[in-house]
Design a protein around this ligand. Sequence first.
Ligand SMILES: Cc1cc2nc3c(=O)[nH]c(=O)nc-3n(C[C@H](O)[C@H](O)[C@H](O)COP(=O)(O)O)c2cc1C
Ligand code: SF4
Length: 657
Amino acid sequence: MSAYEVLMQPLKVGPLTAKNRIEAAPTLLCVAHADQSASRDIVEFYRVQAKGGAGIITVMETAIDSDRAITQPTQLNLGSDFYIPALTSVAEVIKAEGALASIQLNHGGRQAVSELNGGRNPIGPSAMRGVFTEDRRRGEQTVEEMTHEMIEEVIEHFAAAAFRAKTAGFDMVMIHAGHGWLISQFVSPVVNLRTDEYGGSLENRCRFGLRVVEAIRERCGPDFPIEWRISASDLVPGGLEIEDAIQYAKIMQDKVDLFQVSAGMIGVPETYPYTHPSTYLPHGENVERAAQIKKAIRTPVGVVGAILDLDEAGEWVAAGKADFVALCRALLADPALPKKTFRGRKEDVRPCVRCNSCLTRGAHSLPVRCAVNPVAVREDYYRWLPPVAPVKKKVVVVGGGPAGMEAALVAASRGHEVVLFEKEDRLGGNLWAASGPDFKADWKRYLQYMLRQIEKSTVKVRLGTEATRELVRAEAPQEIIVAVGAEPVPLDLPGLDLPHVVTASHVLRGGTVAGQRVVVAGDGGMGLEAALALARQGKVVEVVTLPGGSAGDQTVNFVDVVVLEDLLEEKGVAPRRDLMLAAVRQGAVVVRGVDVSTPEEELSADAVVVAANLRPRSEVAAQFADLVDEVRIIGDCKAPRILFNAIHEGFEAAIEL
Ligand SMILES: Cc1cc2nc3c(=O)[nH]c(=O)nc-3n(C[C@H](O)[C@H](O)[C@H](O)COP(=O)(O)O)c2cc1C
Ligand code: SF4
C-alpha cells in the first residue's frame, strides 16, 4: 500500500463527509470584480481545482463586511446579500465535482486597509499605530481599539456572512483565526493589550473567537460545519506560542468541527516566508505543531504549510500527526495533484518549487499567477483555446533551459512538430544550478518533472548541438523560438582569471572549490545560495558585493531572502554589504568599502566565487532573425529574470504559433 492511500479515506466534517483527507487551502487570487463579487475567473479556477480531486475546496479569504474588514481590493466579500448570487456559481462548480464547498471568512482587524474601508481607521483589540497591512507600501495606519459596541457588531457580521455563505450553497465555512487577522489579534498577547473580559488571561483572549463561533452556530444551525484556522505560533517574540495554542484549541474544541494549524502573522513581514514556507525550509513546516494540538483535543486537526507530496503527507497522517492536510501552492502549480496521485500518475504532477512568485503578486494585490503553471487563475481564458493548433507547423526551439523546454512541450502538445536544440549534453539550462544544492530539492523535483515530460513528448531533442543558422535553416522551420539564456557580465577586475576563481553557477551545479576559506563576491540570490551551499560543506565563507550588481533574481524571491539570510546566519555567515570586491590575488581578495573613501583591505581566500550579474545572449539570438517572419525571443535571452518569466514566455510563445 502506498503511503498516500490513507489520504483517500473519507473525513468526517461534523455531520458531513469529505471524500478524502485533502483540503484545498484558501488562496486569495486577487481577481474578484472591483465591487468584490465573484468573477468568472474565480468560478473557473474553482471548477478546475475541484476537478483535481481534493475533498474540501476552501474558497479564498472573504471579507465579512465593507466597514473595516477589507484587506485587499480584489478579495471577495460577503458583507451583504448582493454577493450571494455570484458566489452561488462558485459553490455549484465545487459541489458538482463531489467536493465539500467551503469559504473562508475574515476580518482584517489591524491588518485591514483604511483606504479600502471608506477611509475608516482599522480596528483591533488595542489601539496602536504602525504598518501592519499585507501590502506594506500602504504605510502606517492608526488602529482604533474596539469598543464593546464594535465587538458586538463584528460578531454579528461574522454570523450574517456565514449565513449568506450557507444561502449561496456552501457546505461549510472556514473562519480565519490565524495569520494575525482580527480573531488571532485577540488571542495574541503581543497585540491584545486589553484589560477587560477580552484581554489578559488566555481564556479572556479566546472570548471574542468563541462568541463568533457561537453566533455562527446560532444563525446557521448545528448542521453547518465550521473549520477554525489558527496560527499555532505567531512566530514573533512575545506572541502566541504552541503551549498556549494547545490550551486555546482545548477551549475551542467542542465548538468547531475542524481545526487547521498554520503559523505566523501577516503584519510582521519576517514571518511571511514561514507562513508560506520558503523553498529553503523543509516540507511540513507545521506538522509537529499540529501533532501537539491533535494529541490534546478530540476535534479533527488538519495541517497546512509546505505539503507538496502526498506520500509524505500520508505518512504524517498515518503516524497520527494530523487527520487531514491542506495544500495551497502545490494545487496552484497542479490542481490535479490529488487525482494524478490517486490514479498512479504521481510522476506527472507538476511540482511547486515554492518560489513564492504567486505570493509576492498577491501581496501587491496583483492577480495571482503561478511560475510553473501559466494557466492558473486564467482557466477561463484558456478554456476557449482549442487544444490542438488549427495549423500544424514545423517549429525549431533553440535552447533547452526552462523557457525552451516549456515552449517545446506546449507546442508539441498542441500538435506541432518540434525540434529542440541544446548545446550542452543535457536539457535543463540554469535549472541545474537552481536545483543543485540539497536545500533546493523542490527545484530538483521540477527539473526532473520537465525532463520526464520532454521524454514522454514528441519533441525531437538534439543534445550537444549548438544551433547555427545553417542547422536551423536545414530543419526548414515555419516558426523559431529562441531561448538561449544569459551569460555573466564580464568584469574588469584584476585577478579574475586566476585558477582559484570560479562562478556561483559552478558551485551550485555541484562543482568543487579548493581550500577552506572562500570569499563569495555577489550578494544576490545566486551568491547567497552558493555561500550557503559552501557553508554547509563546512567552508568558512565571507560574502561581499560586486561592482555592477550580482546575479540574484534568477532563483530567489525577495520574500525568501529573509530565510536564506537566516540560514546563513545559523552558519555564521553575515553578508558584508559594506565591502565590494576590488581585485583577486593568490590566496586573498582585495576589497574596498562601498563608500569609495574607505581604504582597501585584504581578506584571505583559498577560493573566490563570483556571482556576476547576467546579460542576455542577444547576439546568439539575433543570428536567426531573418530565417522566418517572426523569431520569438523568450526567457533570459530577452532579459535575465526569474523562472516565472521563462515559463510564462515559453508557454505564450507556443500558444501563439
Ligand atoms: C497566493 C496565495 C494566496 C493565499 N491566500 C490565502 C487566503 O486567502 N487565506 C488564507 O488563510 N491563507 C492564504 N494563503 C496561505 C495559504 O492558504 C497557506 O496557508 C500557505 O500558503 C502555506 O501552505 P502551502 O505551503 O501549501 O502553500 C495564501 C497563500 C498564497 C501563496
Ligand atoms: S508561483 Fe511558485 S510558489 Fe507559487 S504555486 Fe507556483 S511554483 Fe509554487
